[in-house]
Design a protein around this ligand. Sequence first.
Ligand code: ATP
Length: 235
Amino acid sequence: MLEIRNLVCRYGKVTALKGISLTVPEKQLVVLVGANGAGKSTTLRAISGLVPAASGGIFFCGQEITGMSASRILSLGIAHCPEGRRVFPHMTVLENLEMGCYLRSDGKEISSDLDRIFSLFPRLAERRKQVAGTLSGGEQQMLAIGRAMMSRPKLIMFDEPSLGLAPNIVEQTFAIIQSIRESGTTVLMVEQNAYAALDMCNYAYLLEAGSMVLEGPGEKLINDPHVREAYLGAG
Ligand code: ATP
């Protein structure tokens, strides 16, 4: 469904991605792990059209999307749930969710999607008129996920969904991400919580200093001595 070939991205003189390749098959959950600054967020931002490619290509459902605008990429079915949640703090829960579907005009289906999101996240339903900035961290994360789902994406990308959340909320968040995949949406996730991410994925990539250094099913990475020592805190 998504394929990246030899992608290079630069911020001025800093080369954040040094020719990476990655494939996300339809209906699978693929994770990207790596240390701070490895280039994980840049990978997602490049797919969304927020960071330009210096060279290489990005293909989605057989179509090249390299160089397309972010709104065009969103309209093709790629949603991005960014790091740090980034909900609109002065807007209500409902307004934030509506922002997620600003490209859609199918009113009836929008309201049934809203119902679906409110049944998935009852806390958001209770707080639909509350401004987002006053929600707890966990509720803001649910709102960011709900907002991304409102565009009815084929592929949804999560950047560090567990960051800054209490352990029980982290578990809940991962369960929701699993259920999104089970409902048929393809998922690409960046996660620092390497063990949990590797345990739940179909396939994983390890990014170090802008290069892919290892890939395989989650258990292959979990059992890899380098991954165990550097990312899983095991000897
Ligand atoms: P983190 O988990 O800390 O976000 P990451 O793996 O997602 O790490 P990126 O944020 O993609 O890493 O950053 C990759 C490299 O690009 C780093 O060296 C970072 O300092 C640099 N970088 C990221 N954003 C910018 C920017 N806007 N301007 C300049 N350099 C940047």
